[in-house]
Design a protein around this ligand. Structure first.
Ligand SMILES: *[C@@H]1O[C@H](CO)[C@@H](O)[C@H](O)[C@H]1NC(C)=O
Length: 346
């Protein structure tokens, strides 16, 4: 019963309470931030400093366009995933792609075709209904390639860390920088881009790969450190390719170990993906190497691939993306079934 208590309150107390209430209610009315304020807050959050007013104005305009795109997308609410104003919000999609997507898929030459071996998981008839290699201890924490087109090295290292853990029981973070600096196989060019299969070939020929702590990541092209290159924390004996354009073959592979996959990560929706099951838009212009570390089905029954990216933990679901699985196109969503490979041991 509030009324009798109210009676005991003096006029003065009521006055004070009234002031407090009006203060509280004025605090409830949140004035929407102007775009300028949003940019300022974003700059503070991501420690962004621009060198002069011209750059700031230029970046503000890009930020504004991106935020408008993200907000309109989320307000429409027509997709099972949402976008976020992440660390890449002041970069155009063109700049973003140029600085982070360094996958170079070579044409399938005679020499390449001759290297295609049998697919060891082809006769597998039963796979678990879901898989998450993180829960099996075969996945290291999400890394960040920085402004360097070394995605392909991260993809290959992710798969190598996986098979190494599965065969030795030890999860060791391995060196992308060694791949960036030392691997000159075929078209591999460090931050200038490369291909996962060639990275596996490099690790095989080098008879191993250094640990992350021995040969740490610098996000820039460097000279190959021969001493660190000769330190081997893990080794593989070769690699195999997953049959192309076949999500079922990819499923058999991912059921057995983390797999290097190639995707088209070129769109703005991918740049700003925040959470949910990604259903596009994307094409099949493969430009990014990532690691498939599992698969499953979301609450609403959408089947997905669990994919580890190398853009830090502020992107996506703590650095991961769930991408729709079992689409009608044989290439898979964003071409995920087009070009996959994995290292083998023993
Ligand atoms: C799968 O089975 C076929 C038919 O028995 C066999 O020829 C092939 O070698 C098997 N593949 C693998 C990778 O074991």
């Amino acid at each position: 019963m509030a009324f009798p208590i109210m009676m005991k309150l003096s006029i003065f107390t009521l006055l004070i309470l009234g002031m407090f209430a009006s203060q509280t209610s004025s605090r409830v009315i949140i004035k929407p931030l102007t775009m300028f304020e949003k940019h300022e807050q974003w700059m503070a959050k991501y420690n962004r400093v621009y060198k002069n007013i011209e750059e700031r104005v230029m970046r503000f305009k890009i930020f504004r366009d991106n935020v408008e795109f993200i907000e309109a997308f989320n307000e429409a609410g027509t997709r099972p995933y949402i976008l976020g104003i992440n660390a890449f919000a002041d970069q155009t999609n063109e700049e973003f792609r140029a600085s982070r997507n360094g996958l170079k898929v070579p044409s399938l030459s005679q020499e390449r075709v001759s290297k295609i071996t049998s697919f060891r998981y082809e006769n597998l008839s039963v796979v678990p209904s879901s898989m998450d290699w993180r829960k099996k201890g075969a996945v290291t924490p999400v890394k960040d390639q920085g402004q360097c087109g070394s995605c392909w090295a991260f993809s290959a290292i992710g798969a190598t860390e996986g098979i190494n853990q599965l065969s030795t029981g030890k999860l060791i973070s391995l060196s992308e920088q060694e791949i960036v600096d030392c691997d000159k196989t075929s078209q591999d060019q460090g931050c200038g881009g490369g291909y996962m299969e060639d990275a596996f070939e490099f690790i095989t020929k080098n008879k191993g790969i250094a640990s992350e702590s021995t040969y740490p990541y610098q996000a820039t092209d460097g000279t190959c450190n021969k001493k660190e290159e000769s330190s081997h924390a893990a080794k593989i004996s070769g690699y195999e390719k997953v049959p192309m354009n076949d999500e079922n073959a990819l499923l058999k592979a991912v059921a057995n170990q983390p797999i290097s996959v190639s995707i088209d990560a070129g769109g703005m929706a991918f740049q700003f993906y925040s959470s949910g099951v990604f259903t596009g838009d994307c094409g099949t212009d493969l430009d990014h190497g990532v690691t498939a570390v599992g698969y499953g089905k979301s609450g609403d029954g959408t089947k997905y691939w669990l994919v580890k990216n190398s853009w830090g933990t502020s992107w996506g679901e703590e650095g991961y993306i769930r991408m729709e699985r079992g689409v009608s196109a044989k290439e898979g969503l964003c071409g995920i079934a087009m070009d996959s490979s994995y290292p083998i041991v023993g």
